[in-house]
Design a protein around this ligand. Structure first.
Ligand code: ZN
Length: 344
């Protein structure tokens, strides 16, 4: 089959790889109908050292079950399924607590002999715990929004949940990428009435307004903090959803959060330390967030997507087949695309 392999910074190729087969009775094989490129795929794309053998890549996919191991319950061949961005057994104490990202028997895609999502098919370890059956035929119109259940929508939702967003909270979302836009959608879904979106790409923030942002702040740094404070009678917002991961973004978050408020970060941190000194201490700021256990949220978010009330799939602004994946990486790295959908 064909699959995406990264050989170093800026070097993504589509190659022939072995067809996936069942190796363990807990495996399934899924034929991929949709996959996508994640903002976090851009880190190796920008920094990976050259590698002759390369490494598979991609951790978001949706498809049809093609083969099932003897120990996988609850699925039949032909089921439409979505996979969260890590695999997990669904039975250990972390999984039962809704923290599948810490599963004792789980792991990441595209590492240690596990397939990546950006290919024609995937061997799914711990398939019974990992996959979520989608109660629908493969209606092409719904697939982009269903695809976001793999990562970006649950990740934005996780930011809002950890921040305790409710109808009584005002919210700032930092970042107008796919996760930031999904965080706006999630905050609105949880009832927030004031949602300030900080981002400077107009096409993206326009979509953010359609997703529920009430104000947009394009300024960054000190100016951006001042602008948010002007919009909140000087106090800042109860909740800040930090969806970028750079130090400047978390500093902005601490600048725009109201005293006693919560900064919830789902942007994977590209910094080593945080400015959490005496000044922050005096303000009783809570810092929370982390990697999203997407698997814990998929069933809860599914009805709004299936019934068309929410359309997180609108974050995809480009679609390609497998051959176009290298161009898709380029487009996302150059900020010409928010998020690229792959139809293998
Ligand atoms: Zn587990």
């Amino acid at each position: 089959m064909r699959a995406t392999v990264i050989h170093g910074a800026g070097d993504v190729r589509v190659e022939d790889v072995p067809d996936p087969v069942l190796r363990q009775p807990t495996d399934a094989v899924v034929r991929v109908l949709r996959a996508c490129i994640c903002g976090s795929d851009l880190w190796p794309y920008q920094s990976m050292k050259p590698s002759p053998e390369g490494q598979r890549i991609g951790h978001e996919f949706l498809g049809v079950v093609e083969d099932i191991g003897a120990d996988v319950a609850g699925f039949t061949c032909g089921d439409l399924v979505v996979a969260p961005f890590v695999w997990s057994d669904g039975t250990c104490e972390f999984c039962r607590a809704g923290l599948q990202t810490s599963c004792r028997h789980g792991g990441p895609w595209a590492a240690d002999g596990v397939d990546g999502g950006q290919g024609e098919a995937v061997r799914v370890p711990q398939a019974g715990g990992t996959l979520v059956k989608l109660p629908t035929g493969a209606d092409p119109a719904l697939l982009p929004s269903l695809m976001t259940l793999s990562d970006v929508f649950p990740t934005g939702h996780h930011a809002a949940v950890k921040a305790g967003v409710s109808p009584r909270t005002s919210v700032t979302v930092i970042g107008d990428g796919a996760v930031g836009l999904c965080a706006v959608l999630a905050a609105r879904r949880l009832g927030a009435e004031q949602i300030i979106l900080m981002g400077r790409h107009k096409d993206r923030t326009d979509l953010g307004r359609e997703f529920g942002a009430t104000e947009v702040v394009a300024e960054r740094g000190t100016e951006g903090v001042e602008r948010v404070r002007e919009l909140t009678a000087g106090d800042g917002t109860h909740a800040v959803l930090e969806c970028v991961g750079y130090r400047e973004a978390i500093e902005t978050g601490l600048g725009v959060v109201r005293d006693g408020g919560v900064v919830s970060r789902v942007g994977a941190p590209q910094y080593g330390e945080l400015p959490l000194g005496f000044g922050t201490f005096l303000r009783n700021i809570t810092l929370t967030g982390g990697v999203a256990p997407a698997r814990a949220y998929i069933e809860g978010l599914l009805p709004d997507v299936l019934e068309g009330r929410l359309q997180p799939g609108r974050v995809f602004d480009r679609t390609t087949d497998l051959r176009g994946v290298p161009d898709g990486y380029r487009a996302m790295a150059n900020r010409q695309a928010i998020k690229v959908l792959i139809e293998p």
